[in-house]
Design a protein around this ligand. Structure first.
Ligand SMILES: Cc1cc2nc3c(=O)[nH]c(=O)nc-3n(C[C@H](O)[C@H](O)[C@H](O)COP(=O)(O)OP(=O)(O)OC[C@H]3O[C@@H](n4cnc5c(N)ncnc54)[C@H](O)[C@@H]3O)c2cc1C
Length: 432
């Protein structure tokens, strides 16, 4: 409309015509805000899948690191056939392509009543829904003598990064006939088959470089994930190199003395090590515990109870705890499980914003382990939520056979599948 053509009536009409538009704009609901704590398997997957489920959701991921190094495949860095670069992933795709805002800071406190997260840097972020996936903290002091300072001498390498590099360099530096001692915790802990894959990968390295060396694995349990498969592989690939000491044979470490490189077991046996890999007991990341999201008593104290159908905290509304920090019934603490939970929770949050009920959840986990670079084994499961907790669907999963026909090819094929799993899992979370 030209200025000249604007009569008094015309102008009034234009204003009247514009009025409903203005009120429509102000009636638009504000963009829904989801804050995600953690940029690991659970957090980064949740952030990405929230944006995929509904691009109108404003997603802010709080993660101090510029890049994430995965625990999956970190055992292969110890063995020497993968590098730290191979297990490092940036957040560029999440931010540039998916529109996730990455705030490089630590979440310092959650206020569930005010629905805010305070950052270590001082900023406060409001949320409509909060996803908490901070992974694990190590229980320093649970094994007397094992604190953060001790981990500089006896690495845990249970959070990938400098600890992985330290353990690798110790293995390289130890004498040719040296002894590696591992301390393995009781359940529950991050990655149930992880310690046994680690034993295999250390053995693989020693077999090639220091065949006179020995591995003693002191375990606080009598049974472990994929046990028969691992033990068959050890007998076949690393005869006389590995001694696994279960709980029943005095496997539980009750004290470490880093200055003497000694691990002491329940009945007083002292094991001297050239390299000591102490994997201590664990608990949910600090932010979750500080926010009151973790159980404070019982065998699962330190981990976060959640509704099996939604992963919403049973202790705080509109906060979903996923990944290792959560008590997820039969689901193991794995990256695959964390991302499976993340995808479901992302869709459930988008559905709740849209006023729809969440779909019935079906969760999954597959876990590959290598006993050697050409020797893979796996376990797979499907899970359903029930009012009593998350349970495995009987007959829906399985483990690798112990005596497959054409075993060498079968194991080699599974090792290839492991590579395929890692490539697709990490691409789906951090990649293009
Ligand atoms: C040796 C080893 C091998 C493994 N192999 C496999 C495997 O083959 N397959 C598999 O599926 N799983 C494997 N896992 C398990 C897997 O690593 C974990 O289950 C997975 O990382 C859990 O995801 P998460 O999101 O809970 O925690 P993480 O992936 O650890 O992510 C947590 C993130 O939260 C951040 N964070 C913590 N606190 C805060 C805070 N206050 N504010 C902001 N950010 C915070 C941390 O910096 C971190 O980046 C393995 C683990 C180990 C140790």
């Amino acid at each position: 409309m030209s200025r000249k053509g604007l009569t008094r009536r015309g102008l009034a009409g234009a204003i009247l015509a514009a009025a409903p538009v203005a009120s429509m704009v102000s009636a638009q609901p504000a963009r829904r805000r989801v804050v995600v704590i953690g940029g690991g398997f659970g957090g980064a997957a949740a952030a990405r899948h929230l944006r995929l489920a509904d691009p109108s959701i404003d997603v802010t991921m709080i993660e101090p690191k510029a890049e994430f190094q995965t625990c999956p495949f970190s055992n292969y860095v110890l063995a020497g056939f993968k590098t730290m670069a191979d297990i490092t992933h940036g957040y560029g795709t999440l931010t540039a392509r998916h529109g996730v805002t990455h705030v490089r800071d630590m979440a310092a406190a959650i206020d569930p009543a005010a629905k805010t997260v305070r950052l270590a840097g001082g900023q406060t972020l409001g949320y409509d829904k909060l996803v908490v996936s901070p992974g694990i903290d190590l229980r320093w002091g649970a094994i007397p003598g094992y604190d953060e300072a001790a981990s500089a001498v006896m690495p845990h390498a249970w959070q990938a990064g400098p600890q992985t590099i330290l353990l690798r360099s110790q293995l390289e530096a130890m004498p040719d006939d040296g002894v590696v001692v591992l301390s393995i915790p009781g359940n529950p802990f991050r990655c149930p088959p992880g310690p046994y894959e680690r034993i295999s990968m250390i053995a693989h390295y020693l077999k090639a470089k220091k065949p006179r060396a020995k591995i003693i694995a002191l375990d606080a349990k009598d049974a472990f994930s994929k046990q028969g498969l691992f033990q068959d592989a050890w007998k076949e690939l690393y005869p006389n190199m590995i001694e696994w000491v279960p709980l029943g044979q005095d496997g539980r470490v009750v004290q470490v003395i880093p200055g003497e490189m000694t691990l002491v077991t329940e009945f007083g046996q002292r094991h001297r090590a050239h390299v000591a890999n102490v994997i201590p007991p664990q608990m949910a990341g600090k932010i979750a515990r500080d926010a009151g999201l973790a159980a404070t008593e019982g065998s699962l104290a330190g981990w976060c109870p959640v509704d099996p159908f939604t992963f919403e905290s049973t202790r705080a509304k509109d906060i979903h705890v996923i990944g290792d920090a959560a008590i997820a019934g039969a689901m193991p603490k794995s990256g695959f499980a964390a991302s499976s939970q993340a995808k479901f929770v992302a869709r459930a949050i988008a559905a709740s914003f849209a006023g729809h009920p969440a779909e019935a959840p079906v969760y999954a986990n597959t876990c590959y382990s290598l006993a050697a670079p050409d020797y893979g084994i796996s376990v797979a499961d499907i899970f359903r939520a029930t009012p009593g907790g998350i349970v495995a669907v009987q007959g829906a999963g399985g483990v690798s056979p112990r005596t497959p026909a054409n075993a060498p090819q079968f194991r080699d094929q599974e090792a290839h599948y492991a590579e395929g799993w890692y490539a697709s899992a990490t691409r789906e979370i951090w990649g293009s």
